[in-house]
Design a protein. Structure first.
Length: 184
């Protein structure tokens, strides 16, 4: 076989292979499917995080509402404190949502709120667990201040998103709720 015949044979074979599309669908699927599966996994895990965030926000709201409903008196029973009621309400919401209440954490950043009594900064109450309860906080900046209660908490969430920087990373989801004190 001569050199020109060999060149023509190679050229014709390459032209024929370039014109065929029998394996193109498989190659395209091999390129697109991993990306699509990563997007679906991401949607699932971010959806889980959003669901947990909604639950802990609801728990903080219920905790603040329960703490605000406690009568402010000096002769009340020890088990009827705003901190205890807030913690119990938060724990109930988490248990109903099938989240582990033992994973609750004190917020890394405590809300900087001032007292409606004397204007001093208020730290977290000595609550029975990792729920930050701040009593008698000023809720408005107007001249007629409104007193309330603030409940803050954090809940850890661990992402599982392979081939990303979020894989096996724990992110603390935080929630805060403030409610006006009820007057009797």
């Amino acid at each position: 076989m001569g050199r020109s015949t060999m060149t023509n044979l190679v050229r014709n074979t390459l032209r024929r292979l370039a014109g065929e599309t029998r394996g193109a669908e498989i190659a395209e699927a091999a390129a697109v499917l991993p990306i699509m599966f990563m997007m679906l996994i991401g949607i699932f895990w971010f959806g889980q995080a959003f669901s947990i965030y909604g639950t802990i926000t609801r728990a903080a709201q219920e905790g603040a509402r329960a703490a605000a409903a406690v009568p402010q008196c000096t002769t009340c029973a020890a088990g009827n404190s705003p901190s205890t009621n807030a913690y119990n309400a938060v724990q109930n919401v988490l248990v109903i949502a099938k989240l582990d209440p033992t994973k609750l954490q004190q917020p890394t950043t405590i809300p900087s709120l001032v007292s409606c009594v004397d204007g001093s900064a208020i730290s977290c109450d000595a609550s029975p667990s990792n729920v930050c309860v701040q009593e008698n906080v000023q809720l408005s900046t107007s001249t007629a201040s409104v007193c309330g209660i603030s409940v803050s908490l954090e809940y850890p969430y661990r992402f599982w998103l392979p081939f990303t920087s979020l894989n096996k990373q724990t992110i603390n989801l935080s929630a805060t709720a403030r409610v006006r004190l009820e007057t009797m």
